[in-house]
Design a protein around this ligand. Structure first.
Ligand code: BTN
Length: 316
């Protein structure tokens, strides 16, 4: 029903046509109209003319997303709910049950969103992109961190193109605008005998989050595309563009390995040449960020030589 109304844009669609195309009764049409209204769609019903969509709420439901999808497999199978604890958890469950590569879990709101290192990921309703993608790359577990970098490159390229904002990458998984975080990427995997069985790639983007929805403690370190761009963005369009770019970069990674991604990452990173402090399990290490190793580790030039940094918090 929604697809038909969207197809007609702001013209009227007669009850008779709906009835014929959906093969349903007038009573069923009315029931669906009431359901759509409950979800926030404003539909004008006029005797003799039929139905017309006058307002669509900002939703990332499959009906809103699918018309924009240009991918082969990413997002073609989708689970959507208005509110979930965390899309990561649902994607893990789905992957364990055999979800195919490219299966997507997406929501409007998370009540228990997860960040790296067990941090909370703040996910207010209808204002961000909170999604998890199931991948099944035929790679060893040791190479899985490369996927976070691969995803950072794909999302950065898309956001730059679609928003015109100067998005940069902070190793390993933060995307920043003006030094503040707008996106975080969380890669979790299940391995079997050193091979990756599946990966859940979680992407969180503050799209239309307004300052009053950012907790006080995040004000100085987080921002959103809308705050930085001075306008709101249509989430379904952004999601479709991200999935398309991600699928292309991922296929390139599977065909040609990490080297092309490494080069793209170095181009997109906003931290090369900067002096940083990395909190490593062996204590803080200070030096100049000089590049990315083929393993995906950050290369830090220190007084003791150039060190690879594998897992740490970085202060620029
Ligand atoms: C980080 O920067 O620490 C990573 C944040 C990842 C957040 C996303 S939102 C969608 C998916 N579901 C979650 O619970 N987390 C990821």
């Amino acid at each position: 029903m929604l697809s038909l109304l969207l197809e007609r844009e702001d013209a009227f669609l007669s009850g008779e046509e709906i009835s014929r195309r959906l093969n349903c009764s007038r009573t069923a049409i009315w029931k669906h109209i009431k359901e759509l209204r409950k979800e926030g769609y404003q539909i004008e019903a006029r005797p003799k003319s039929g139905y017309r969509l006058v307002y669509r709420p900002d939703r990332v439901a499959p009906e809103e997303l699918k018309p924009h999808l240009r991918t082969r497999s990413f997002g073609r199978r989708m689970q959507y709910q208005e509110c979930v604890p965390s899309t990561q958890l649902l994607a893990h469950e789905w992957a364990k049950e055999g979800a195919e590569e490219g299966s997507l879990v997406i929501t409007e709101e998370q009540t228990d969103g997860k960040g790296r290192m067990n941090r909370i990921w703040h996910s207010p309703p209808h204002s961000g992109i909170w999604m998890s993608l199931v991948l099944r790359p035929p790679i060893p577990v040791t190479e899985a961190p490369q996927l976070t970098l691969m995803a950072s490159v794909a999302v950065t390229r898309t956001l730059r193109r679609e928003t015109g904002l100067d998005v940069t990458i902070k190793w390993p998984n933060d995307l920043l605008v003006g030094g503040k975080k707008i996106c975080g990427i969380l890669t979790e995997l299940r391995g079997e005998q050193d091979r990756v069985q599946y990966v859940v790639l979680g992407i969180g983007i503050n799209v239309n989050v307004t300052p009053d929805f950012l907790p006080k403690e995040l004000e100085s370190i987080a921002t959103s595309l809308a705050i930085e761009g001075g306008r709101t963005f249509q989430r379904p369009l952004l999601i479709a563009a991200i999935l398309k770019e991600l699928e292309e970069v991922y296929e390139g990674y599977l065909d040609h390995g990490f080297e092309p991604i490494r080069i793209l990452w170095e181009e997109a990173a906003g931290m090369l040449g900067r002096i940083i402090t990395a909190q490593t399990p062996e204590g803080p290490r200070r030096g100049e960020a000089v590049g990315l190793a083929s393993s995906g580790a950050l290369l830090l030039k220190t007084e003791e030589g150039t060190l690879p940094v594998y897992s740490s918090d970085i202060q620029i």
